[in-house]
Write a protein of this length. Sequence first.
Length: 202
Amino acid sequence: MFAVRRFVCAAVFAAALAAGCGADEPAAKAPPVPVSDLQLTPVSLDQFEAAVAAETKKGNAVLVDVWFLGCGPCKKKFPHVVELHRTHGPKGLAVMSYSIMADDLKEKDKVLAFLSKVGAGFPHYVAASDAESEKVTGKYKLDATPATLLFDRAGKRIEVPDDAYWGAQTQRSIGNFPIGTDRMPVPLVRALGLVKQSPARV
């Protein structure tokens, strides 16, 4: 049902905070989280969206890491998601994971063991059934894993086109601030270019 694609760093958060990951592993590895502190909660589409809404109502932006246990690139990406939680959680980024595979419930012990090992101390959800998974993936147009869903503090999803040269912050601005037809004078544009160029020459 899903094509596994190569892991690509996601620009995230600010209310838009933006963050990325360039290395194979985060600079600081997160300590393990006791399995007893973790839960894998089966959810319907409505319950999933309620979990997201609960965080945005607190004034948090929300990043959802979409994955499943059998996805190698997903597991490779997870330490970076954990790093985002550790570094940006205190700044208002709520991180959660969502497994698209209801079968992960049958492998719950293995799933929790993996999450424990990578230090993923944030909420984890799994599709309650294949039908509920299809509802979520269909609504959010998820055709591959790993994938990232990003919601701003107003609960609005920030979608960045695959072919875009910009990230989440710019996409949020495009969606919320009308772009006028007025153009800056060419001499002013050239002057701003010179200002930007001068530090590079120093």
